[in-house]
Every structure is written in C-alpha cells, then in structure tokens.
Design a protein around this ligand. Structure first.
Ligand code: SAM
Length: 225
C-alpha cells in the first residue's frame, strides 16, 4: 500500500464489516489522506518493464498507482468500491495534471465482471477480501486482461510482523502461489514470489513481504478444444 506506516489496526474488531464499503467510506472521510500518494514498489518494478497501454487498477484507493501509471503514459481506469476513495483519487489525478489519462469505476471486486472490457495491464495492490477470497477476485480480474497483457496481484504475505492485526485481517493475507489456481489456461506465470520490503510502523522500520504474482496472457487466443 502506498502509505506503509498505516496498517489496519487490531481495534477494528473481528467483524466482517471491516471488509465492506461502509468501513472504507469512513476511512476516506475527513481532511487527511489515508495513503502517501507514492506508487507501490512492485508496480513500479514490473510496469516499468512494460510498454504503456491501457491499465485497470482495482482497489485503487486514493489513486497513487493510477497517477503514477498515467504519468508513465498509460491510460488508466481506477476502480474501487468506495465512492469517497474514488472522489479523492480523481481530485489527486486532477492536481497531478493527468485527469485526461484517467477515469474511475465504482465496483466491488468480489462481483467484478469484465463485461467485454479489456486492458493491457490489470493490477491490484492490498485489496485483501476475507476468507481466501483473493483467488476468486484474481480469477475475475484475469478475464479483463487483453491478449498479450499482464495481471499483477500484490498483497501482504502472512508474517510475524502482523500479529497485532485481527485474525480476520491475517486470514485475508496470501502467498503468491495461493493465487495460481486463479489463472486461466492461457496465462503464464512470470513472477510468483514473496518480495521483501521495509515499512515504517509507529516510527519503527519493519521487514515485510509482498506476495507478488505477475502473469502474462497469451497473445493469441488458444483453441478451446
Ligand atoms: C489497503 S487499500 C489499498 C489502496 C491502494 N491499492 C494502495 O495500495 O495504496 C485497499 C483498497 O481496496 C478497496 N477495496 C477493498 N475491498 C474491495 C472490494 N471488494 N472491491 C473493490 N475495492 C475494494 C478499499 O476501498 C481500499 O481503497
């Protein structure tokens, strides 16, 4: 996530409400930004190697990754289930001078359907639906990848660093390899690993791992037989 020092905290309780739009709408209310606005490092590492085209960022929050991609020449749709988050992201894109390369889509990733839309890059960072739901989300997002395009899914890998979080939050974490069953047959995994990153929490630097899955879709559709 763009603001590494602010994680969900244990006081959020064990209810499933923390995974619902209302909880995020509340977080995106008020004067302060929740995230730093900096792009996520695994996005920078991987998208920098790609030719800019069209991109979809699901769970885009306040738009840090969307804006960075737009600044690299991508035409980007930022998607999130929070209207407040999307409003902030649009404002930040306007301020960054990339409004003409961005648009916004309010959608719940858990029921995402590509509906004929396709993108050269579909990316998502730190979405973390509950109860192993990221496999289904990744499967849905893969449908929106254009032939020859890429799917990039990044999230927190479980580690001792997160023992202060609720069980619900810890159970929503995943390893990159957990997501492999989500890939349709015409996708080839390119990166399947936990990448080390440091983040600052309460003024202390801690080592974490980003579960990172990058997969490329074949450029020619396969014969379904
Ligand atoms: C931890 S934040 C990460 C934001 C941004 N990707 C980043 O890395 O800074 C998770 C974001 O995903 C959104 N989100 C969570 N669950 C979602 C879902 N089921 N569908 C769409 N967006 C969701 C939240 O509103 C929030 O903006």
């Amino acid at each position: 996530m763009s603001r590494h020092e602010h994680q969900h905290d244990a006081t959020a309780g064990e209810s499933t409400e923390m995974f619902e739009p209302s909880s995020w709408e509340e977080r995106y209310t008020g004067d302060q930004n929740v995230w730093s606005g900096k792009p996520n490092p695994q996005l920078v590492a991987e998208a920098s190697k790609l030719e800019p085209g069209t991109a979809l960022d699901v769970g885009c929050g306040e738009g840090g990754d969307v804006i960075w991609l737009a600044q690299q020449g991508w035409t980007v749709t930022g998607a999130d289930f929070s209207a407040n988050g999307l409003a902030r992201a649009a404002k930040h894109a306007e301020e960054a001078g990339v409004a003409d390369r961005t648009d916004w889509w309010q959608v719940d990733a858990r029921s995402f359907a590509a509906d004929g839309r396709s993108y050269d890059l579909v990316t998502t960072h730190f979405l973390h639906p509950p109860d192993g739901g990221m496999v289904d989300v990744a499967r849905r997002l893969a449908q929106a990848v254009a032939p020859g395009g890429h799917l990039l899914v990044v999230g927190h890998a479980p580690s001792g660093v997160f023992t202060h979080l609720t069980k619900g939050h810890r159970d929503a974490m995943f390893l990159a390899e957990d997501l492999l069953p989500a890939l349709p047959a015409d996708f080839e995994p390119v990166v399947v690993e936990q990448r080390p990153r440091t983040m600052v929490r309460d003024g202390v630097t801690v080592d974490v791992y980003d579960a990172t899955l990058l997969a490329r879709r074949d450029s020619t559709p396969r014969d379904p037989r």
